[in-house]
Design a protein around this ligand. Structure first.
Ligand SMILES: Cc1cc2nc3c(=O)[nH]c(=O)nc-3n(C[C@H](O)[C@H](O)[C@H](O)COP(=O)(O)OP(=O)(O)OC[C@H]3O[C@@H](n4cnc5c(N)ncnc54)[C@H](O)[C@@H]3O)c2cc1C
Ligand SMILES: *[C@@H]1O[C@H](CO)[C@@H](O)[C@H](O)[C@H]1NC(C)=O
Ligand SMILES: *[C@@H]1O[C@H](CO)[C@@H](O)[C@H](O)[C@H]1NC(C)=O
Ligand SMILES: *[C@@H]1O[C@H](CO)[C@@H](O)[C@H](O)[C@H]1NC(C)=O
Ligand SMILES: *[C@@H]1O[C@H](CO)[C@@H](O)[C@H](O)[C@H]1NC(C)=O
Ligand SMILES: *[C@@H]1O[C@H](CO)[C@@H](O)[C@H](O)[C@H]1NC(C)=O
Ligand SMILES: *[C@@H]1O[C@H](CO)[C@@H](O)[C@H](O)[C@H]1NC(C)=O
Length: 515
């Protein structure tokens, strides 16, 4: 009996799979990162199985990427489950538990006892503590100011403006390193250009809790999107064998009209569908790797260019033996150079991989851009010079170095987004609002959690639901001629009515669709 049930089930699932790999799918999803996979999974769960996923690389996961670095699996992209232990549970944490992902709690509390000055001396806690306390008070003030600006609908300022209002501007190497740890290490850009109202308090920690867990699993962090994909894509143990997932398909052109989309790839394949969901990063959207015919409207392109794609680079180094402090409360250390952001934040992997003898240092923004453009040899020399200051001339040379280049990689164009000053909530809406049959998803379309894995996860679901509303109920998102969602406009209703643009292909009654 059990056997029969099993047979029936596998038969129906086979049937639905073969029926669904049509050449004219309803939806094409561009990109198989966390958001693209979640968009496809949501469509599939809601009965839309004739979709096609076009992915430029040869794998699922996008910016969740691991590699074997001298025998250890390290994460080149996303590394932490961020926001754990709060009132609500982070959906990525739920998945991490479900799949028994190997993680390590990141305890940053002792960083003030692991801070080195520009001469390479480990500073006494009594020396660093007042500086960390002041940074903390400034951080608290900035959070409170953000609340107040939001509550009274006052104009946005940068985080640096809040710091000046508080009365402390980090200028010494030590204060700059602490400042870097508070802001750049998380958002990958400096306080000077970052929106106070939209970045503080960080909704990730506000909603989901302050804890962070470092993923150190042999299967990699991308095991999560892979498992999610296995729930709806045909696969054998090793790999995906579903014809709806097309790897190494680099989308270069999208022609769109109210009747649907025509997509062509670098290998000159063409695909047609009624709708497309674009999950490519903001870096890709800015880069014009994909050309749109007709051009995307001005308000859409402007929003892409206004928002920031930051660069966050973890440089891994393998040594023959360890020469840095290990044991409780030593995992993270700070180096305070007189140049802000010069190899400031370090982590050893002895908690995660005892005996690995691996260190990594994080750089961001301009420094990351500079380092991406020089040879790994030069980068290694710069790093060795600092390590010698910290731990003595006698330390061994690094045997191996890994420098990720997310910025130069044309399928990413950076690491993740950061909300700069000058971008309003309405501007942000324009980021994700559909243009005709084109729907937008990805980390950068998550208003609360942009820049995070959980942001990509939730955005994928939300975008698919918006599209399902259009397909199933004719409730297609409508925008005015400047891209604002219909509901946001409060001027003369008649005037707006005249300019109303219907963006869904199901809105057949609209005579002239202005895109
Ligand atoms: C170095 C680094 C560290 C990070 N650290 C963390 C962290 O610790 N915690 C955290 O929560 N988040 C972190 N993030 C952010 C997190 O990785 C992303 O927010 C998330 O993975 C983005 O998913 P996505 O689906 O929006 O985009 P992506 O993962 O970029 O997926 C988009 C997909 O589109 C594909 N694509 C691009 N162009 C084309 C094209 N022309 N045609 C077809 N396919 C195309 C890409 O190959 C990619 O697979 C980090 C990111 C980086 C880079
Ligand atoms: C990593 O690569 C090394 C060779 O450099 C190999 O011996 C090892 O088995 C690999 N480890 C994993 C986990 O794939
Ligand atoms: C900042 O706020 C946190 C949380 O409310 C509090 O624990 C901490 O003591 C505050 N720090 C300072 C220096 O006021
Ligand atoms: C795709 O078409 C273009 C223009 O016709 C041609 O130059 C190019 O070589 C083709 N590429 C491939 C991979 O076939
Ligand atoms: C904090 O770090 C210092 C310096 O590495 C170390 O000696 C100390 O044991 C750590 N304290 C805790 C509580 O882990
Ligand atoms: C638009 O006007 C209505 C009623 O006048 C009001 O309730 C709503 O909040 C306004 N919306 C915006 C975005 O201003
Ligand atoms: C509507 O369109 C007309 C003509 O194109 C323009 O003059 C007017 O400003 C538009 N109104 C709104 C609210 O966009």
């Amino acid at each position: 009996m059990e056997c029969l049930v099993w047979l029936l089930m596998s038969c129906t699932s086979l049937l639905s799979l073969s029926a669904s790999s049509s050449e004219n799918p309803t939806v094409i999803i561009i990109g198989a990162g966390m958001s693209g996979i979640m968009a496809a999974k949501t469509l599939s769960e809601r009965g839309i199985n004739d979709f096609l996923i076009l992915e430029a690389s040869d794998r699922i996961g996008g910016r969740m990427l691991h590699t074997n670095f001298s025998g250890y699996v390290i994460e080149v992209g996303a590394n932490w489950v961020e926001g754990v232990g709060g009132q609500q549970e982070n959906p990525i944490w739920t998945l991490a538990k479900k799949y028994d992902l190997r993680v390590s709690y990141s305890d940053y509390n002792n960083i003030s006892a692991n801070t080195y000055n520009e001469e390479g001396e480990l500073l006494q806690l009594s020396k660093t503590k007042p500086h960390f306390d002041l940074a903390d008070a400034s951080f608290n003030y900035s959070n409170a100011l953000s609340f107040s600006l939001n509550a009274y609908s006052e104009e946005d300022v940068s985080i640096a403006t809040a710091q000046r209002l508080f009365g402390v501007i980090p200028t010494s190497p030590l204060d700059m390193a602490i400042d870097y740890f508070y802001y750049d290490f998380e958002i990958a850009e400096p306080p000077r250009i970052t929106s106070l109202k939209n970045v503080l308090p960080n909704p990730t920690f506000d909603y989901y809790g302050d804890s962070e867990y470092f993923v150190c699993d042999k299967r990699g962090y991308s095991y999560l999107p892979e498992q999610l994909a296995r729930e709806f894509l045909k696969h054998d143990n090793e790999k995906f064998i579903d014809s709806r997932l097309k790897l190494q398909k680099v989308v270069r052109q999208i022609k769109y009209s109210p009747h649907g989309v025509h997509i062509s790839t670098e290998d000159n394949s063409t695909y047609h569908a009624s709708y497309a969901i674009l999950s490519v990063s903001l870096g890709v959207l800015k880069s014009r790797l994909i050309t749109f015919k007709p051009d995307l409207p001005y308000w859409k392109i402007k929003t892409f260019y206004q928002f920031d794609m930051s660069i966050y680079t973890k440089i891994f180094l393998k040594f023959p033996y360890k020469f840095w402090p290990t044991g409780p409360g030593t995992e993270f250390f700070l180096y305070a150079d007189d140049k802000r952001g010069y190899y400031p934040f370090w982590q050893h992997l002895e908690n995660e991989y005892p005996g690995a003898n691996i260190l990594f240092v994080t750089v961001t923004d301009d420094e990351a851009r500079r380092i991406e453009q020089q040879s790994n040899k030069v980068t290694k020399e710069e790093i060795m010079e600092i390590l010698k200051k910290l731990f003595g001339e006698g330390i061994p040379e690094a045997e191996d170095v890994l420098v990720p280049r997310w910025w130069k990689n044309r399928f990413y164009g950076g690491s993740y987004t950061n909300w700069p000053i000058g971008v309003s909530g309405a501007d942000f809406d324009r980021m994700k609002v559909p243009v005709g049959p084109l729907y937008f998803t990805g980390e950068h379309t998550s208003e609360k959690f942009n820049g995070y894995v959980h942001g990509a996860y939730l955005a994928g679901i939300a975008t698919a639901e918006t599209l399902l509303d259009c397909i199933n109920h004719g409730k297609c998102r409508e925008v005015t001629s400047d891209g604002l969602p219909w509901a946001h406009q409060n001027n003369s209703q008649a005037d707006i009515q005249a300019n109303k643009t219907c963006t869904g292909v199901c809105c057949k009654d609209v005579q002239q669709v202005r895109l």
